[in-house]
Design a protein around this ligand. Structure first.
Ligand SMILES: [Zn+2]
Length: 114
């Protein structure tokens, strides 16, 4: 039988069943999860906007991938500018974005323009 406080406050019950007795677990489900802490509540954590710690979305995996792609494109544009002698500025320093391939020829410039 579930805890009385679960019935009073409408908390969800853990959906796990005992292997030995085949009876459902009587613990309350963890917040945002279908199961209790004893039955792997962390496995059911949702991602994205439905995650309990979601604030603004600037640090999500999608946002970080988009920022990395933009940075990679800017670095390739800088390579193209140096290759075409459009600038005499120093090259930017620091770690390059993941997936960055240096532009070394005019043919590669045509590929990034498209
Ligand atoms: Zn449980």
């Amino acid at each position: 039988m579930p805890l009385p406080s679960m019935r009073l406050h409408g908390a969800k019950q853990c959906t796990a069943k005992s292997k030995r007795t085949c009876l459902p677990c009587n613990n309350p489900a963890a917040y945002g999860c279908r199961t209790c802490r004893m039955h792997g509540a962390r496995k059911n954590i949702v991602s994205g906007k439905e995650h309990v710690n979601f604030v603004h979305g600037r640090r999500t995996l999608e946002a970080q991938a988009e920022q990395s792609a933009t940075s990679r494109r800017l670095q390739q544009i800088e390579d193209a500018m140096h290759l075409l002698d459009m600038t005499t500025a120093k090259r930017s320093r620091g770690r390059k974005a993941s997936g960055y391939l240096r532009i070394k020829s005019l043919d590669e410039i045509e590929k990034i323009i498209i």
